[in-house]
Design a protein around this ligand. Structure first.
Ligand code: NDP
Length: 435
């Protein structure tokens, strides 16, 4: 804490991992002597830079740009770029730290990184977003590369932004490589990358549910967010037989007791991805739904909750409400959406609870598959990618069960994910010496 003053999200993420790993590290003098945990919590490199750009009025605007290159022990740095007004170093360090364990869990050779800017894309024209992305990439390009650091999307960075950044990278470096993932299908992207995080979270939840002889069929699901992860979690949960009754954005949530079916979801995708509208418009279009301004969806009665918006969006009181309403499974699509108090409530009450670093790893896993396809200069079919994604999610689940099952048989997926993710990185760091 003294080394990283004021970085509360980063402290929160490290604290959770240290709690899981402490017993394991105490039994391993080599890990202690080689200070593996201390090194893993220190980024290998952080780049911070100025991003000046011209708005549509011809005025200069200035944002901060960052790339946190956390750990390259098992592969090139890999992790998304976030554009949101809340972005700061603490948030990006927590995300890069989590990413290191998540990428290790995927079984693919990817290190951990994360980047972004406090640029807020809301209300900006396409031209403004393009000029910002070009300025951001003009600096970032000298620090990344297909074998060095491979960024992707995250909050506020979807296909449009990846396109603008890839175009600028290609122009400056005069090379067409897989330096960014999340590219369009016609220019190096992988089938199923947009779907992968939401689908993967549902595949992971399916595995958790199966340990109790349950499935999505006939279940009521509450989802937060209405962006990339939430949309495809909604799609897959519905395909698997569940009824999704909520979606949200930073202004409020909608409750649709009849369920958000494929047609309604198509409307949400158009609203959010093309018109960049607000979720409250859903309740104007579908009168059976109600919009709750300034609230989060956790007071709704559901069997399964899937937080898919942002960090710390589900607190201890909300966790207690979910449990009192009969929710027995929480699968995180977002990164660190549950506060420590919420996680404690889920674990104390023996819920099926998966931390984002395990259940949302399908996105980066499919980015890893995109990197492989780019290196081989070929592309796989959607079925092939889906099958690989599904099997990676099953493997991550199995690793969590292996390392997270307690003496009473309860699977603590937090411990499982942290220990399994840590071991591979720690072993690589030990082999590579004091670096
Ligand atoms: P999007 O930008 O597509 O969507 C984000 C959604 O969350 C929007 O509905 C947004 O609402 C809402 N949101 C953002 N900030 C807040 C906030 N402070 N309070 C309440 N709601 C908020 O992002 P993604 O769907 O890509 O990402 C969602 C989460 O999933 C993040 O935690 C991300 O790190 C994580 N993740 C994403 C992956 C991916 O492949 N995209 C991979 C793994 C994890 P609004 O429109 O009002 O901003």
């Amino acid at each position: 804490i003294a080394r990283n003053p004021g970085e509360k999200e980063f402290h929160q993420a490290v604290h959770e991992v240290v709690e899981s790993l402490a017993p394991y590290i105490l039994e391993n003098p080599v890990l202690q002597k080689m200070k593996v945990l201390e090194r893993i919590a220190e980024p290998e490199r952080i780049v911070m830079f100025r991003v000046p750009w011209l708005n549509d009025k011809g005025e200069i605007e200035i944002n901060k740009g960052y790339r946190v290159e956390m750990n390259s022990a098992i592969g090139p740095y890999k992790g998304g770029i976030r554009f949101h007004s809340s972005v700061n170093l603490s948030i990006l360090k927590f995300l890069a730290f989590e990413q290191t364990f998540k990428n290790s869990l995927t079984t693919l050779p990817m290190g951990g990184g994360k980047g972004g800017s406090d640029f807020n894309p809301k209300g900006k024209s396409d031209n403004e977003v393009m000029r910002f992305c070009q300025s951001f990439m003009t600096e970032l390009q000298r620090h990344i590369g297909a074998n060095t650091d491979v960024p992707a999307g995250d909050i506020g960075v979807g296909g449009r932004e990846i396109g603008f950044m890839f175009g600028q990278y290609k122009r400056l470096r005069n090379e067409f490589t897989g330096t960014l993932t999340g590219k369009g299908l016609g220019w190096g992207g992988s089938p199923l990358r947009p779907e992968a995080t939401g689908y993967g979270t549902c595949y992971f939840a399916q595995e958790m549910l199966a340990t109790r002889g349950e499935s999505f069929k006939g279940k009521t699901v509450a989802i937060s967010g209405s962006g990339n992860v939430a949309q495809y979690a909604c799609e897959k949960a519905t395909q698997l037989g569940a009824k999704v009754v909520t979606l949200s954005d930073s202004s409020g949530y909608i409750y649709d007791p009849k369920g958000i079916d494929a047609d309604k979801l198509a409307y949400v995708m158009e609203l959010k991805n093309i018109f960049r509208g607000r979720i409250k418009e859903y309740a104007e279009k579908y009168p059976e739904a109600t919009y709750y301004e300034g609230q989060r969806p956790w007071s709704v009665k559901c069997d399964i909750a899937m937080p898919c918006a942002t960090q710390n969006e589900l607190n201890g009181d909300e966790a207690q409400t979910l449990i009192a309403n009969g929710c027995f499974c929480v699968a995180e699509g977002a990164n660190m959406p549950s506060t420590p108090e919420a996680i404690k409530a889920f674990l104390d009450n023996k819920l099926l609870y998966s931390p984002g670093k395990a259940s949302n790893a399908g996105g980066v896993a499919t980015s890893g598959l995109e990197m492989t396809q780019n290196s081989m200069r070929l592309s796989w079919s959607p079925q092939e990618v889906d099958q690989k994604l599904h099997s990676i999610m099953k493997d991550i689940h199995a690793a969590c069960v292996k390392y997270g099952t307690g003496p009473d048989g309860y699977v603590n997926y937090v411990n499982g994910a942290n220990i399994a993710g840590f071991m591979k990185v720690a072993n690589a760091m030990l082999a590579q010496g004091c670096v």
